[in-house]
Design a protein around this ligand. Structure first.
Ligand code: NAP
Length: 248
């Protein structure tokens, strides 16, 4: 029996990177998995078919996490298909980096919409079914730059810091309903998002990481499995850093 057997998980942005690693890990741990994609339908369907062939219960949904209405339709569809949602992972995210002097209003708005408003959208709609089921675990993917900031990422850092305040407030509101809400703050994880970093920037970050390497998407997925499972039944309102010690 897996760590997540019998649980239904909804994961946003599961087509690539950290989200895809979470989808794989949750399926391997026995969860039924609903996950979303936006612009990568082939990758999403290939992942779903591969895991289905190895026995997983899994479905991919096209849904823009930044849209309140699409989030509502998505949650209704997942409930229709899977009957319940035990774990919600708000993972979808983007970067639009620029120095503050050059940052456009569009770059600010887009990042705040996709990285922060999405967390509100999905949590808002998934909360009622969780409360009805008398339990749930919400996991929000923030970032270490939401904790200590980063030059060139004022928009992204603000969104990721917003997630931390949101997580703590929601945890306080819904703890009495046995719904937990935690955040994960990854450091530098090897995905498409960090491939955009220059070698010079990577070297700079590496020098500040006690474990002296970038992280792997799997290593974030392991912490999600812990927070989604009953192993963390007494953990809520917390931010777990998965950053090789960078945030120390
Ligand atoms: P990634 O490789 O760029 O993947 C992003 C994922 O988000 C894709 O599956 C993408 O789907 C999805 N997505 C983007 N916009 C979406 C939207 N509006 N609606 C639904 N899905 C959307 O990024 P990643 O590195 O895996 O990052 C995943 C999360 O971890 C993000 O929240 C990111 O901020 C956070 N994080 C990453 C790092 C890192 O070092 N990589 C560090 C700290 C935090 P499509 O391709 O289908 O559009």
């Amino acid at each position: 029996m897996g760590l997540l057997t019998g649980k239904v998980a909804l994961i946003t942005g599961g087509s690539r990177g950290i989200g895809a690693a979470i989808v794989r890990r949750f399926a391997a741990e026995g969860a039924a998995v609903a996950f979303t994609y936006l612009s990568s339908p082939e990758k999403a369907e290939a992942l779903a078919s591969e895991l289905r062939e190895s026995g997983a219960t899994i479905k991919a949904y096209k849904s823009d996490a930044s849209s309140f209405d699409e989030a509502e339709v998505l949650v209704q569809s997942v409930i229709t298909d899977f009957e319940r949602i035990d774990i919600l992972i708000n993972n979808a995210g983007i970067t639009r980096d620029n120095l503050m002097l050059r940052m456009t209003e569009d770059q600010w708005d887009e990042v705040l919409r996709v990285d922060l408003k999405s967390v509100f959208n999905l949590t808002k709609h998934a909360l009622k079914p969780m409360i009805r089921n008398r339990g749930g675990s919400i996991i929000n993917i923030s970032s270490v730059v939401g904790v200590f900031g980063n030059a060139g990422q004022a928009n992204y850092s603000a969104a990721k810091a917003g997630i931390l305040g949101f997580t703590k407030s929601v945890a306080k509101e819904i703890g009495s309903r046995n719904v937990r809400c935690n955040a994960i703050a990854p450091g530098f994880i090897e995905t498409d998002m960090t491939h955009e970093l220059s070698d010079q920037n990577k070297e700079l970050f590496l020098s500040g990481i006690p474990l002296k390497r970038l992280g792997q998407a799997d290593e974030v997925a392991s912490v999600c499995a812990f927070l989604g499972s009953d192993l963390s039944a007494y953990v809520t309102g917390q931010t777990l850093s998965v950053c090789g010690g960078l945030n120390t």
